[in-house]
Ligand binder design. Sequence first.
Ligand code: BTN
Length: 247
Amino acid sequence: MISNDFNFQIIHLNSVHSTNIYALELIQKENVREGLVVWSDFQEKGKGQLQNSWHSEAYKNLTFSLVINSKWRVDAGFNLSKIIACSIAKSLDTLTAEKVEIKWPNDILINKKKVGGILIENSIQGNMISSSIVGIGLNVNQEVFPAFAREATSLKLENGTSFVPEEVLHVLLNTIKREYFNFVSQPSGVEQFFLDRLYGLGENLKFKDFSGEFTGIILGVLPNGHLLLNKNGKAKSYENKSIAFLE
Ligand code: BTN
């Protein structure tokens, strides 16, 4: 758990393969303090969810990893993901009046377009998570994006103004610290915010699972992080990778 006298220690790089990998290499070499942040202006091999890559134009955006030694049971690991997604959404709320949502499991949307993503890589001992590398990619000032399955955007494109990435980084880190403690002392506030901002909650949306395309309704997210859907009148849960959003 983040200790109360916790201070962020930031390593700022111009270029790196991936901040998550850099943080992992440091952890394997030396005794890394919780709160270590590896921030790079560019990643040559940024990693995304599901073996995808994360593309981000140099100097325009934020790509960083934060080391947190929270001790969750493996089956409660989604808590951290939830805290981070809510922290990013709350941070963006202070920077833009546009609609910020959290798309299960780890995407941050503005006006339904993807502005950020989270990749948490955990070290596990037995049935406990012993430490987590929380990788965050946030599109800040980039204006042109390749075509992705879900349209990408940036804070600048949606808000119409540029931001200083370092200032956004500090807003994010301070919000993560605050929301982490909020969650530990009283989870219900973060849980409620997560549901309030969960993209598609209670709406008919098109999905694709192993049996094909269908229209379902998101009912919520289970404590283990699985998505709960109403599919043809029956509740059905999905783990990450087993379902795709078609809208
Ligand atoms: C996703 O939406 O697929 C998750 C993207 C996570 C990207 C960040 S950028 C900083 C950190 N380092 C990486 O290599 N990936 C994460």
